[in-house]
Design a protein around this ligand. Structure first.
Ligand SMILES: C[S@@+](CC[C@H](N)C(=O)[O-])C[C@H]1O[C@@H](n2cnc3c(N)ncnc32)[C@H](O)[C@@H]1O
Length: 293
């Protein structure tokens, strides 16, 4: 289990820079639930968000459930989630995907966002089946590095070129340095997870779910720094170069390299970071299942 999210530095970045899930994702999940769950009045009693971080999925579903419980193994993520929580019907608790602190047959919808690639999946599926109601639904979703599209670059060919190059760097930096399991699941967009779910009804969606965010350069760099891949890489490099000066660190700090690249290649050296504008497109992939076997 990666424990990088225990660290307070990353959980503070997380709550500020990680995207909340947008309505297109919520709608797709609820459509599946409505199609497959029988008892209409009782479908929206309890949702659990497993590995909730600072509540990026729990808060997105807030208005659709009477009660939502977000659980995460990291006490610091839970601390940030509680601080940011604006809703009476959402509670956050420390807990793990392999040992969910909820009773049997209690959950209508179990959600896990950008996280299940890290779980012990066999134990998680056993726990999911235990806590879910017999006709309950499960939604596992994630995104990889977002596509970055510069604004204020008028020439379409140039914009495309800069978009490809900048996204390419982010894709390279997004890979988890030492977590092969996560890389495999994320690279195949959870296809292997989908295949390993035994359920009466299931669906795998990989297209047309795009969350668009308007970002400036500060937000792009904040997002990069909130990635486990970035944090793990920095930790590894600092251990290898214990006596490195601040100037030397800047030569391999990926946040500094990406920022320098954007300022230089987008020809915005004179522009403040907060005024370097872009769109970030997150392509979400989604596994849905109902009546786990
Ligand atoms: C990339 S974050 C995702 C947070 C949030 N769900 C989101 O979509 O932004 C992954 C989270 O999974 C948590 N996590 C990892 N393994 C876990 C496990 N086995 N049980 C519970 N939480 C876990 C980490 O602490 C971290 O907060």
């Amino acid at each position: 289990m990666i424990r990088v999210y225990e660290n307070e530095d990353i959980t503070k970045l997380y709550v500020e820079f990680r995207p909340k899930f947008q309505e297109c994702v919520v709608e797709r999940v609820l459509k599946f639930c409505n199609e497959h769950q029988q008892s209409e009045n009782d479908n929206q009693d309890l949702m659990v968000d497993v590995a909730c971080g600072s509540g990026q999925a729990a808060s997105a579903f807030q208005k659709h459930f009477k009660r939502i419980v977000g659980i995460d193994v990291s006490t610091n993520q839970i601390k940030e989630a509680r601080l940011a929580n604006e809703y009476d019907n959402i509670k956050y608790e420390v807990g793990t995907a392999e040992n969910i602190p909820l009773g049997e047959n209690s959950v209508n919808l179990l959600v896990s966002a950008t996280a299940c690639h890290r779980f012990d999946l066999e134990k998680f599926f056993t726990e999911a089946k235990r806590v879910m109601k017999p006709d309950g639904c499960m939604a596992l979703f994630s995104y990889n590095a977002p596509r970055i599209i510069p604004k204020n670059v008028k020439d379409p060919a140039r914009r495309q070129e800069l978009s490809d190059k900048t996204t390419g760097i982010l894709v390279k930096y997004h890979d988890i340095v030492n977590d092969e399991q996560s890389n495999v699941h994320q690279n195949n967009k959870y296809q292997d997870i989908y295949k390993n779910i035994y359920a009466e009804n299931k669906q795998w969606i990989t297209e047309d779910l795009v969350m668009k965010r308007d970002w400036n350069l500060e937000q792009l760099i904040g997002f990069l720094r909130s990635l486990a891949a970035y944090q793990e890489y920095m930790k590894m490099m600092k251990e290898e170069h214990k006596d490195a000066s601040e100037e030397e660190v800047k030569k391999w700090d990926r946040a500094v390299l990406l920022r320098d690249f954007v300022k230089r290649e987008w020809e915005m050296e004179e522009v403040k970071d907060e005024d370097v504008m872009m769109e970030a497109h997150f392509h979400v992939y989604l596994v849905l299942a109902n009546k786990l076997k």
